[in-house]
Design a protein around this ligand. Structure first.
Ligand code: MV4
Length: 451
């Protein structure tokens, strides 16, 4: 087992990984930018290295300085968290080249799943159901028109190097194709340095469910059930839950089998998430695979009792999974609300500043994963998510009530947050009936995608 791990991230996920290391008696080093000198994750780690000035690109994305931090602190492994360098194959490669274990999948697996068109092809060849669409990337307008005609409009155009909704758009008819195709290519080029796009049949009323998997270096792969992630604002998940209100035992088993098959097909190692769309007839289709720990992992941890971050560390250290599929049970219901330093009255514009008071609820089935505390400064340079409230109870209705109570007891003074907006969602009749899909926010909460 590792003696010391470098936690190469900030905020709540850095605090979460540091805590897992502490339980395993592993020493921790972490990194920080000049803006994060006084932050909570720095205080919690055993030691900390400044890797650059405030802007993310100069610090938390600074591969050379981060690897140097691992070398000078003599860390044997690096945990990248999520976002930032967590799905950067060059970073994973650089870690291994410096004889530092990257806590995540092999670099080539990250690269393969990072190419969304290639990922679809691998999954289709492995017999995993994928959304009907182009077999490869689409390079010219004529091909795009032919494929769209075969699929039937509406179709969705997506960037191969994108993911998570970046660079996707819906095309409703042939007249829109030229402009949409050219814009999508240009946007993919400018955002990802790779203009390749691909086409999929647009599913009109899907739910977005994702399946957590764990794979060790001894051939063991398990799934930990699904997470319902349909409630998204501009492709940022706001609130996630497990189980999905519409996934039956048999659908869960088939989703899990498909996710394990996807992991086998690509030689997966460590924690990963297979994303599917679920249609109104409960058929499901692969859309992409995420090769990192996800923000919403606590929902699965609360439901199954499996500590996913601890499993990640143990897998990276060469140990076998601590659980077999037959020992994994899905008990009760879990729900997560992402707490953003954002102003819901100004289209969720970031609301940086100093938190003059942070007071968290306590009680059975209430978990707060936080990167902040009283007197923390929320900088304007980074993602505005400062914490997550995760609740568990025996039924969905009880879990909703527990979450409402927890959010009402979470005191945050000095900055604006989206807590009131979460309470509006939780109070919404359609939400409380479990009647949600990917259009929930605009249809039921009057929130246009434009903000
Ligand atoms: C889709 C889709 C419908 N049809 N693909 C992909 C990235 C993820 N963040 C959202 N994704 C979707 N891909 C096809 N072929 C619906 C979604 C989707 C979504 C789309 C627009 C607005 C909100 C959404 C929420 C969840 C899923």
């Amino acid at each position: 087992m590792f003696n010391k791990i470098l936690v190469a991230n900030r905020g709540e996920i850095a605090c979460r990984v540091i805590q897992a290391c502490r339980e395993l008696k592993i020493k921790t080093a972490t990194i920080y930018s000049e803006a994060d000198r006084e932050s909570l994750h720095v205080a919690l780690a055993d030691e900390a290295v400044c890797v650059g000035p405030a802007p993310n690109k100069d610090s938390y994305l600074n591969v050379a300085n981060i690897i140097s931090a691992a070398v000078i602190t003599e860390a044997q492994a690096i945990h990248p968290g999520y976002g930032n360098l967590s799905e950067n194959p060059d970073f994973a490669e650089a870690c291994e080249a410096c004889n530092i274990t990257f806590i995540g999948p092999p670099a080539d697996v990250i690269a393969q799943m990072g190419d969304k068109a290639k990922a679809r092809r691998i999954m289709r060849e492995a017999g995993v159901p994928v959304v009907p669409g182009s077999a490869n990337g689409v390079t010219d307008l004529t091909a795009a028109r032919q494929i769209a005609d075969q699929l039937g409009y509406p179709v969705m155009i997506k960037a191969s190097a994108g993911g998570g909704g970046r660079g996707i758009r819906v095309i409703h008819n042939a007249e829109q194709m030229r402009e949409a195709f050219e814009q999508a290519q240009a946007e993919a080029n400018s955002s990802f340095g790779d203009g390749e796009v691909y086409l999929e049949k647009y599913l009109e009323e899907p739910r977005h469910v994702e399946v957590q998997i764990l794979a060790d270096n001894h051939g063991n792969i398990v799934h930990l059930g699904e997470r319902e992630c349909s409630i998204q604002y501009r492709h940022q998940k706001l609130l996630e839950e497990s189980p999905s209100a519409v996934v039956s035992g048999s659908v869960r088993r088939r989703l899990g089998e498909a996710a394990v098959k996807a992991a086998e097909a690509v030689g997966y190692r460590n924690a990963g998430t297979v994303e599917f769309l679920l249609d109104e007839r409960r058929r499901f289709y692969f859309i992409e695979m995420n090769t990192r720990i996800q923000v919403e992992h606590p929902v699965t941890e609360m439901l199954t009792g499996v500590d996913i971050v601890r499993e990640q560390i143990q897998i990276a250290a060469g140990e076998p999974l601590s659980c077999e599929q037959g020992q994994i049970w899905f008990n009760g219901h879990a729900l997560e609300c992402r707490i953003l330093a954002a102003d819901p009255d100004r289209g969720f514009a970031p609301s940086p500043g100093t938190i003059s008071r942070w007071q968290t609820p306590v009680g059975p089935g209430v978990r707060i994963d936080s990167g902040v505390t009283t007197d923390s400064v929320v900088p304007s340079h980074y993602d505005p998510m400062i914490a997550k409230v995760i609740c568990w109870d025996q039924t969905r209705q009880k879990t909703i009530a527990r979450m409402e109570g927890a959010l009402q007891s979470l005191v945050v003074e000095g900055i604006r947050t989206n807590i009131p907006y979460h309470l509006r969602i939780l109070g919404n009749a359609y939400f409380r009936q479990g009647d949600i899909d990917t259009h929930f926010l605009e249809r039921r909460m009057g929130l246009s995608e434009g903000g």
